[in-house]
Design a protein around this ligand. Structure first.
Ligand code: ATP
Ligand code: MG
Length: 268
């Protein structure tokens, strides 16, 4: 997985809000078909980093590199054009619209992408067929794509939102606590869809406070503390206790030298 170049690199990202330093020095690499978990205590800067990668918040410093090219993400649309889809916690689904309408939601005016424009012109029938295809590919089970999403479970809605990324050909999906509001069964359903994204050449960054869950879905975990990325571990070479120790500070973070080295190694 890590033979290839990263699809996305966040390098030494900084962001302050007035006197508050939300991010002091945060770096993160994401490789093709990889799921990276981002963890840290409340206020560690996870959401701020995700918002910067989504073009919602501007960084005060640092670089974002996609496919080895530095990019400026000034607006959400810039991030989407760069292949990044963010699934927000409130999801922005429209209750009274059907599953397939929601999969297409809002793209009409959003995307200058010719493929998206093409889909805007096609009739309902084609739209439905394509929505069905995407939902099937991810094995998202919704009662019917024609029924309003109002009656759907939180899990189904979350899966629907993730499926949009596939429809629009995004290569990176960003999820901030996607299962926080879900029950056990629904959580399982969403995790399954996240795992499946790999098969479609999509890489994922996911924030979660649930370590067991994260270890079951992520390949690597990057730990943040007080606005800094302090360590990255491969899931199969670590355990929950180590990650929790790194989060709380009971286990010290890696030295700057080790951080630089692990970045170089994972890129090797
Ligand atoms: N718009 C803002 N204005 C002022 N301060 C902010 C703003 N956004 C974030 N912060 C501050 O930046 C710090 C990092 O916040 P952030 O939301 O990124 O943390 P987090 O790791 O996502 O925490 P949580 O686990 O609670 O979601 C916090 O101290 C927060 O109060
Ligand atoms: Mg947060």
């Amino acid at each position: 997985m890590q033979d290839a170049a990263p699809v996305l690199e966040a390098r030494h990202i900084r962001r302050h809000f007035g006197a508050v330093v939300a991010l002091a020095d945060a770096s993160l690499n994401l490789y093709p078909r990889e799921v990276v978990g981002l963890v840290g205590d409340n206020g560690a800067g996870k959401s701020t980093l995700l918002k910067i990668l989504s073009g919602i918040v501007a960084p005060s410093g640092g670089d974002i590199v996609i496919d080895s090219k530095t990019v400026l993400l000034r607006r959400a649309q810039d991030a989407m054009d760069a292949g990044i889809e963010t699934v927000y916690q409130d999801l922005a689904l429209v209750d009274t619209m059907s599953a397939y309408q929601n999969v297409y939601l809002g793209r009409e005016e959003l995307s200058p992408n010719p493929v998206a424009r093409f889909f805007n012109l096609v009739d309902d029938k084609k739209m439905r067929a394509r929505a069905r295809e995407v939902l099937d590919a991810l094995q998202v089970k919704v009662p019917s794509i024609n029924v309003a999403v109002k009656g759907m479970s939180g899990g189904q809605r979350q899966c629907l939102a993730i499926a949009r990324a596939l429809l629009w050909g995004r290569r990176i999906v960003i999820l901030d606590e996607p299962t926080a509001a879900l029950g056990v069964r629904e959580t399982g359903q969403v995790l399954e869809v996240i795992r499946d994204l790999r098969k479609h050449d999509v890489s994922v960054i996911i924030v979660s406070h649930n370590m067991q869950q994260l270890m079951s879905v992520a390949d690597r975990i990057t730990v943040m503390r007080l606005g800094r990325s302090i360590a990255t571990r491969t899931v199969k070479d670590t355990e929950v206790n180590e990650i929790v120790g790194l989060i709380t500070g009971a286990i010290p973070g890696d030295s700057p030298e080790a951080l630089a080295q692990s970045a170089a190694q994972s890129a090797a």
